[in-house]
Structure formats: C-alpha cells, structure tokens
Ligand binder design. Sequence first.
Ligand SMILES: [Zn+2]
Length: 406
Amino acid sequence: MNLLLSLLLLVSTFSSSLAKGAFQSLLPSEDFGDRSNGFLAWAISIGKSVNGVPLWVIEISDKPGEEETEPAFKASFGYIGNVHGDEPVGRELLIFLANWLCDNYLKDPLATLIVENVHLHLLPSMNPDGYTLGKRGNANNIDLNRDFPDQFFLANDDEESRQPETRAIMNWLRDIRFTASATLHGGALVANYPWDGTRDKRWTFYYGCPDDEAFRFMSSIYSHSHYNMSSSKEFIDGITNGAAWYPLYGGMQDWNYIHAGCFELTLEISDNKWPTASELPILWKYNKMSMLNLVASLVKTGVHGRIYSSGDGRPLPGFITVSGINYTVRAGKTFGDYHRLLGPRDRYEVVATMPGYKSKNTSIWLDEGAMTLDFVLDPEVSVKLKGEYFFLILLDKANVLILLTK
Ligand SMILES: [Zn+2]
C-alpha cells in the first residue's frame, strides 16, 4: 500500500474540487504527505459518488488500517462532512483536524491520546457532486440525509434503491464497527442527537432514544467545548433532541445508532452555511476543542473491556447490555472487545451474554472517567448441545440428517 500516493490522490481530488468553489485549497499536497509520515494517516476510497468521484476517507491512528485491541480502549470514531453539498465548512474543518493531529502527535497530549487510542476516520466530503454543483442534494438531486432506511418509514428499506453515496456509508459503517460518529452540517449552531423522527410523524416533540442520557452527555461535551455553542439563545445548553427541533426521516443519525451500533450526533457547526474562505481559521478555532474532545470522549468516558471464555480463554463476540436501557452493544469478533458509551451515573448494571454461556452482570459506578470491565463467561455445555440440535431442527431438516449420520 503506497500511503503517500493515496494521500496525494486524496489531496489532488480536494484541491481540484475546491478550486471550483469559493474556498481555497487548505491542504497543499506535499505538506500533508510529509506530515503524515506514512504511518499516522492513510487514505482509502469507500465508494464513488453519482458522478464517479471517490469518497475519500483519511484514517488517523498510530496503526491505521489494523484491527487491534491494545490498548483496550482502541475504539473507532468517524467524522463525516459535507453531507449537504452547500454546507462545506465541515469538509474544510476535517482537513484542519487531520493536519493538526499529524502536526501535533507526540507534542500535544490530546493529539497523542487520540492518535494512540482511537482509530479516527475522517470523510471530509460525503457529497462531492453536490459541493461542485453548489447545491444541497447529490447529482441526482437527492438529499442524502433523507436517503437512509428509516425505522418509521419501512418503505424506505430497499437498500438497492439508495443513492451510491448512502450505500457507501452503510457498507462502511457495517465494516468498521464504529463506536461513535458525527456528521458536520451548517446553517445553525447546535449539537443534535437521536431520535430525529417520531413514530407519530406529525408533531414536533421530544422523542428520546434508549440512550438519551448518553447522547445528551456526548452532545454537551461538544457544545461546552465550543467557543459559544452552549450559550445559544435558541437551544438550552446548545444541544437538542432531533425530533424536538424538527422531525426528519431517512437521516443518517438514527440509522447509525439502530443498525451500526454507532452513537452518532448531527453537529451544526456554523450559522453561515457557506462563509468566505477567510473565515475558516476562526471557525476552526471555535470548533477545534469540541472536535477533539468529542473524539477523546471515547477514551475518557464509558465502559470498555473484553469478553472471554473461562474454558479456553478465547475472546467471545458476545453482547453487552445495561439494565434499563433497551440497546445492545456487540463485542468484536476477533478480540471480543466492546465499547459502551454511558453518561456519568451512580449505578449501572452491566450484563454480558453469549449464546452457550452463562451470562454475568456487574454493578458499576461511573463518574466522568472511563472504566475497564472484562467479563469471563462460563460455558453451558449441556445447553449448548441442546441448543444446537434445536436450532438445526428448526433451520433445516437436511442438516439434522447429516448430523445424525455423523
Ligand atoms: Zn445539512
């Protein structure tokens, strides 16, 4: 893998498209190639837009592209910019962020913490065609933040009829196992969290998801780290439930939480959708600590750990639930590692389960810091055997016949 070549390709893509808009290129290619050192960052394309423009993702980590579990907190975070073509501030700030992290690794403690403890994926532009055309939708005039399958509009469920940009995101989210992500928008100043829609579909009201508390906590990290988001006159604390602001259907935020196990925020980072290029440094200054602290919250908050089998010590791809919260986090297939975001609270009961094993639960107290919690589960051999037979009978009679002949 030629990392430098990939980065140069990425940069030339941005430079050429940026030149058509009002913004200057903020990323001289040789510069970023040098700073990346070939190991702090790499770039891959996760798909193409309607007009065939690659959707480039920069991954920043001390081990980009590797699945790893040491340290145990190594979770993945994604930032997605320019979902709406006419909201380009996010794509620019993500390039600022990439440069800043590469420049400050081993110099700044926060940069070092993020690079060493997080796989940070940056997709500066989900909608390069819309950007080039200077409009909200993609080249087919579809609003990509209304194009995802929706829990309340099942007719939207056909994945094949999604736009190529939407399909690319869905596949990417399934592939990487993100713990959290955020999309960057413009036109307001607020951190927005699920749900975006309501079952009712008629009224505007607060419609919280099972992890409302954790989402409010995450949103507050962004708004309070921002220059002036938390002092908003329109939104208390600079945060809002999506449906309480205005309900929308087919958004990325709800889909990510439901289908990808990914806690996603929708961040409105600039009142002015398309400011002049000269205003970008100040917008970066206003959003910089928010963007960094939100990523670092993966390391600094929540419960993280691994699930093992007591029988042979192997990692188990089990499930983590928290009593009273109707949401399940899956542990990874390779290392059995899990990352469960939670707001600070006196007591949580965390439960680890795995088919064929006895479940275990532990009560924890979670303050502003993170906690490591490993589970060692005991096999339930007899139940496992019964379970297999029962499952096969239900699944396929032919399989049972094969099993009996063994
Ligand atoms: Zn937008």
